[in-house]
Design a protein. Structure first.
Length: 332
């Protein structure tokens, strides 16, 4: 997609308006959640839990599904909360065409909708396992009390585009995760599948917007440090993402306090104790290289479209430890 092709931008905008889904009308929330079904397919080798029973695998799948849902919800919420410093300020400074502005407004409206949708699913799941949404979310990814938003804001105010690199990466991840889920459509919770399908369709339609913003900054920014930011913005996004991801994963260790509320938490607590007995370095290596969803999240530079953007703008990345994005084979 070219920043200066107003006709193509206008057509893209029209498609997004016509094809967009409604949070209330187009998702069948009334079907509820089927706790007998997994949310995400797991790696065939069950590397972290090689001896897990079918009951344990179900709970692992459901917890990973909640983590993915919360991660998407929280990162899309960050994008919206930073709309003024990372989008409005840039377009005010470098006005291009009205289509770019309107596409952006539509992009942010979708981000809000997606965040609300995944957040609602988590609320429904909490009800199914006899806890409040607040109790469940205590163990799920959250951006509200982290430094993440502040650092991305400072980076943008200084002329950087780290948040737009993160947005580009999250969109690629969301598309990849649905590819995993689509392969086992009949096996996973129908509502979870429906939600990811709707999200996937809109991510495909507006995933070019992050690259348009990167192009805009590249072509117009006169900030003296622009060349430096262009080299290191992606590294900043990667490091912040890795740090935030691990901080969020560590929350699961405290799941014991909910063990008496529902079987879901009792099984999770037992798995957490099992994981604590593993070699720490071995577990860390597995998370980076061969744990579905987590490895994909920790190795952003391996997404093909991001590789192309990095090559285009000469962006650097942290070293990869061997993960092949999309190369993991999963089953329910």
């Amino acid at each position: 997609m070219n920043l200066y092709d107003e006709k193509k931008l206008a057509r893209l905008l029209e498609v997004q308006k016509v094809k967009g889904w409604d949070l209330e009308r187009d998702i069948n929330w009334s079907r509820g959640i089927d706790l007998k079904k997994p949310l995400l397919p797991l790696d065939n080798n069950a590397i972290l839990f090689p001896n897990a029973s079918s009951e344990q695998r179900l709970v692992i799948s459901q917890m990973m599904g909640l983590i993915v849902a919360s991660t998407i919800s929280q990162l899309e919420d960050i994008a919206n909360r930073l709309k003024v410093p990372t989008w409005e300020r840039i377009l005010d400074k470098y006005p291009v065409n009205p289509e770019m502005v309107e596409l952006g407004e539509h992009f942010y409206a979708d981000e809000i909708k997606h965040s609300k949708a995944f957040n609602r699913y988590i609320d429904l799941f909490a009800k199914e396992v006899n806890v409040t949404p607040e109790q469940l979310k205590e163990f799920l990814p959250s951006s509200r009390n982290s430094l993440l938003g502040g650092i991305y804001k400072l980076n943008s105010m200084a002329g950087g585009m780290a948040l737009w690199w993160l947005i580009a990466a999250v969109e690629e991840e969301s598309i990849l995760f649905f590819e995993y889920i689509r392969n086992v459509k009949g096996e996973v919770d129908p509502l979870y599948y429906e939600l990811h399908k709707c999200h996937y369709e809109e991510e495909l339609r507006h995933k070019s917007y992050a690259s348009l913003m990167l192009q805009l900054n590249h072509d117009f920014s006169k900030v003296p440090a622009r060349v430096i930011w262009q080299k290191i913005d992606f590294i900043i996004a990667e490091i912040l993402n890795i740090s935030w991801t691990f901080n969020q994963l560590f929350k699961v260790k405290n799941i014991k306090k909910l063990a008496k509320h529902h079987e879901f938490f009792r099984i999770l607590d037992g798995l957490s104790e099992t994981l604590e007995g593993h070699n720490s370095l071995g577990t860390l290596h597995t998370l980076f290289t061969s744990a579905p969803y987590i490895s994909d999240t920790l190795n952003l530079s391996e997404h093909q479209n991001l590789k192309l953007l990095m090559e285009k703008y000469g962006a650097y990345s942290v070293p990869n430890l061997g993960q092949n994005i999309g190369g993991l084979h999963c089953t329910p």
